[in-house]
Design a binder for this molecule. Structure first.
Ligand code: GLU
Ligand code: MG
Length: 439
């Protein structure tokens, strides 16, 4: 029975990669599904450090954050405490139109463009790495070990339980390589659902850790000398009948022509979209060679240092292979909104299809040992090495205006520049500490 005591939080996952929203009594749900909750345009400029960046909206304007009944979650917190109800939603203008800075609407329009241009849909899975602190964090020297997994087993079981209760199908849980680092993956879903689930998964992991008096952090990198926490986004393409079209057993790379063009779009536009995939100042400490992240705009065959990796398949059955075959975009982290991350990937890939780009050179070696001219021959460049440089590439990329609109482009640049201003004069270690406190 709907009650007036139970709170439902209507939320968005914004530019800062934060989940923000407002609560309303459960009894008002029918009304709120129509009208939403009031939202303020300048909220989009609240940076991850709670400083408001330059806003073109100032104190003016009103919007509505409208919860989507297909994105409803129940997050159990401490046993005995009231459960937390969350609904993700879209920010609309008062006329009911998608707001140009609504990250979820931006993803919807990217998915629509892929439909319009190529009559394709996506199947997507987000892979998350995180580090825990407090309690018995992961034992050191325990990478991928049973002992390491055991140190996080209670939390892992709880994460799986919370995922299952919310319809997020768990895939794997493991003790990752880094100190106190774990990884959780989930089974794929269609593009929008996968991004909704990525938003919620991060919250579920935080709750599961907090229940054990631990803190889970998805910060891109905790210590400049350590490994990073990556978000790896697996994408495959389906035709209008829902049949997988990423794989072609007769092509050299295993990629179909359309998937090769999609991959080429991502690698071509990667420098310009990187600021959306890896949006913090410290993201660029992670995106350096030999950290198994991504430092070049390359397509790699089963290479864990490639920005875009052609993943292995574990099946021998042709139909199962066709379904499993996917591209993994590894240059992402959890300082980003999953909606923006996926929207950028889809737009870049769609542009590759629209331009009929040929397959990129597939790399299978350590690019950091190659000369620039060798890389240039292969059409490969080093990715921007700082957020400032990534923002310059973002600002210089004409397609960004076309894909995301002028308003979002300008707002995003101002937001990120406001975030950088907070960090002025800090050492890498100090910056890592600032981001650790947030993500
Ligand atoms: N921690 C690595 C990253 O920052 C990824 C390691 C792996 O799972 O391959 O992306
Ligand atoms: Mg991993």
């Amino acid at each position: 029975m709907a009650s007036s005591e139970q709170i439902i939080m209507a939320c968005c996952a914004d530019i800062a990669g934060q989940v923000r929203g407002k609560g309303f009594p459960e009894i008002d749900l029918p009304l709120r599904l129509q009208r939403g909750v009031g939202w303020t345009p300048t909220n989009v400029q609240i940076t991850c450090f709670d400083v408001i960046a330059d806003s073109p909206f100032g104190a003016l304007g009103d919007l509505a954050l409208v919860p989507d009944p297909t994105a409803t979650w129940v997050i159990h917190d401490q046993i005995g405490d009231p459960v937390e109800h969350v609904m993700l939603g879209d920010i609309r203008t008062l006329a009911g139109e998608p707001w140009e800075c609504c990250t979820r609407s931006i993803l919807k329009s990217a998915l629509q463009r892929l439909q319009d241009v190529a009559q394709l849909t996506t199947t997507v899975a987000f892979e998350h790495e995180f580090q825990v602190s407090g309690g018995t964090a992961g034992d050191s020297g325990s990478s991928y070990s049973l002992a390491g997994a055991r140190s996080g087993a209670a939390m892992g079981r709880r994460i799986f339980q919370l995922m299952a209760r919310n319809g997020l199908r768990p895939d794997t849980f493991m003790k990752e390589f880094g100190a106190d680092q774990f990884e959780v993956t989930m089974k794929p879903a269609d593009g929008l659902a996968a991004a909704d689930r990525a938003v919620i998964l991060r919250e579920l992991v935080r709750v599961a850790a907090r229940e054990r008096d631990q803190r889970a952090s998805f910060t891109p990198i905790r210590d400049p000398a350590g490994v990073g926490n990556g978000v790896h986004v697996h994408v495959s393409l389906n035709d209008a009948d829902g049949q997988p079209v990423t794989h072609d057993p007769d092509s050299a790379t295993g990629l179909s022509d359309v998937a090769a063009s999609f991959a080429a779009g991502i690698t071509t536009f990667l420098p310009g979209i990187l600021a959306l995939l890896a949006p913090s100042a410290i993201s660029y400490l992670r995106l350096t060679p030999h950290r198994w992240s991504a430092a070049f705009n390359n397509l790699g065959l089963r290479d864990r240092e490639a920005s875009v990796r052609i993943c292995p398949v574990t099946s021998l059955d042709p139909l199962a292979i066709a379904r499993q075959f996917n591209l993994e975009v590894r240059a992402c982290d959890a300082a980003a909104s999953p909606y923006l991350q996926l929207a950028a990937i889809i737009h870049a890939g769609t542009e590759g299809i629209a331009r009929n780009l040929p397959a990129p050179t597939v790399t299978e070696s350590d690019l950091s040992t190659m000369d620039t001219w060798e890389l240039t021959e292969m059409g490969i460049t080093r990715l921007p090495t700082s957020l400032e440089a990534a923002l310059e590439a973002f600002a210089a990329e004409d397609c960004i205006r076309e894909w995301f609109g002028q308003t979002f482009r300008d707002v995003y640049l101002a937001h990120k520049r406001g975030e950088l201003a907070v960090l002025e004069g800090l050492t890498p270690e100090e910056m890592c500490a600032r981001y650790l406190a947030v993500y």
